[in-house]
Write a protein that binds this ligand. Structure first.
Ligand code: UGA
Length: 425
């Protein structure tokens, strides 16, 4: 239930494991698109698998909830859990899904919470199903959080580093073990509450690693050190690990910003002060503005300057712009009356911004007299641009690399003024 990134990737992964899957969504347009072999979002590799399994017959999509529920042994709830105004997770769609399951439950089933949900949600889902059931039927609700990343969703899902199963029922656990029996990985068996917290703690820890290195990057700039060297040096320690130590303009996307706030909200509701996580959040909020300050210091006055933004999505290999730090930078520069041009290989400007800002489809369409280029997303193709040609279009050959992706000394040799995050000038 729910055919977004998580639902569709989970469905196709299960097909690869040899299972029969039915995809259901409340949005008929999404179902129609999937039935027609089209994804309604960009995710590398997923479309090929969709075509393969529509052909193999392992997957089908339906708008008929009764059939979807009644013909399944295991039901995955993969719907969104957006953010409430107070930062807590909104369980409206999870409740809707649970109610529909209750309405049509016809025999024993395992209901799996795949959506990222706060501690205690499995219990709530159990109750919502119970309250909407027509006649008493046995079922179990378990938690099986997802750890896939957008952009590499398929590879992550097909090669999980661990599978967490939070269940009070031996019968349900056995069914899940059986479902995933082809995976050679570590299975972590816990209570549903523990599994729910593992998901939030994992995302919050990764977000904290990013905010940590972003704060160290600020220090690096004041003590003439390159943060990339520091990240490399500490990352070789296996207790620290090298991943998620790339300094930049902050984390975005549909997960970290929302999940950090939701965990803070859970902590508050349970009289716990997560002060480290509060800092993670505030450092991330200030990071794009910290970067803009550097740009302002160099350009002096932003007003009327021609500024090109490279990258709109919150990370490469996705068209997702939710909570993208690029948007914060664009909005701030717009407020300061810059002329902004945006490039992204796949992501599109939201409607509200596309009326005010121009999206260019090739770097060759850069305006004459460009005053600065700002890299907001580390799309690999930016590494291989013909930078000399780009330079010819620029009034001021300034590059501000918000993802530290280019080689600083090469860019300087080409005649650019280059600045990154935590970079020694
Ligand atoms: C994240 C987690 O990494 C997944 O494990 C989790 O399953 C997923 O959320 C989820 O909860 O559904 P995702 O948001 O797709 O995955 O993307 P990430 O690769 O984690 O990147 C998040 C943000 O952090 C991006 O804006 C990225 O640019 C930024 N980032 C990442 C850094 O600034 N520095 C780094 O070193 C790594």
């Amino acid at each position: 239930m729910g055919t977004g990134y998580v639902g569709t990737t989970t469905a196709l992964t299960l097909c690869e494991l040899g299972h029969q899957v039915i995809g259901y969504d409340v949005d008929p347009l999404k179902i129609a698109s999937l039935q027609n072999k089209n994804l309604h979002f960009y995710e590398p590799g997923l479309k090929d698998l969709l075509v393969k399994h529509l052909h193999s017959g392992n997957i089908r999509f339906t708008e008929n909830i009764k059939q979807a529920v009644q013909q399944s042994e295991i039901i995955f709830i993969c719907v969104g859990t957006p953010q409430n105004d107070d930062g807590s997770a909104n369980l409206e769609y999870v409740q809707q899904a649970a109610t529909m399951i209750g309405n049509y439950l016809n025999n024993y089933k395992v209901i799996v919470n795949k959506s990222t949900v706060p501690v205690g949600t499995a219990e709530k889902v159990t109750k919502w199903i119970h309250d909407s059931m027509v006649s008493p039927i046995q079922y179990d609700v378990i938690s099986n959080p997802e750890f896939l990343k957008e952009g590499t969703a398929l590879a992550d899902s097909l090669n999980p580093e661990r599978i967490v199963i939070g269940s009070h029922s031996e019968k349900a656990t056995d069914k899940m073990k059986n479902l995933y029996s082809k995976f050679k990985t570590t299975f972590v068996h816990t209570t549903p509450q523990t599994a729910e917290l593992i998901k939030y703690a994992a995302n919050s820890f990764l977000a904290t690693k990013i905010s940590f290195i972003n704060e160290i990057a600020r220090l690096c700039e004041n003590v003439n050190v390159d943060v990339k060297d520091v990240a490399f040096g500490i990352g070789l320690d296996s207790r620290i690990g090298s991943s998620f130590l790339q300094a930049g303009i902050g984390y975005g996307g549909s997960c970290f910003p929302k999940d950090v706030l939701a965990l803070l909200s859970t902590a508050q509701q349970n009289n716990t002060n997560l002060s480290l996580l509060e800092k993670t959040y505030s450092i991330n909020n200030t990071q794009p503005f910290y970067f803009i300050e550097k740009i302002k210091n160099k350009l002096k006055d932003i007003k009327g300057k021609n500024i090109a933004i490279l990258g709109l999505s919150f990370k490469p290999h996705t068209d997702d712009i939710r909570e993208s730090p690029a948007l914060k930078i664009i909005e701030e520069l717009y407020k300061q009356s810059a002329n902004i041009f945006v490039h992204d290989p796949v992501a599109k400007l939201p409607k509200i911004l596309s009326q005010k800002i121009t999206q260019i489809h090739s770097i060759h369409s850069l305006p004459e007299n460009t005053d600065a280029l700002i890299i907001c997303t580390d799309w690999p193709e930016y590494e291989t641009f013909d930078w000399l040609q780009v330079k010819q279009k620029m009034r001021n050959p300034y590059i501000f690399d918000g993802r530290n992706m280019l080689n600083a000394s090469n860019m300087t040799k080409l005649g650019f003024y280059y600045d990154g995050i935590g970079y020694r000038q």
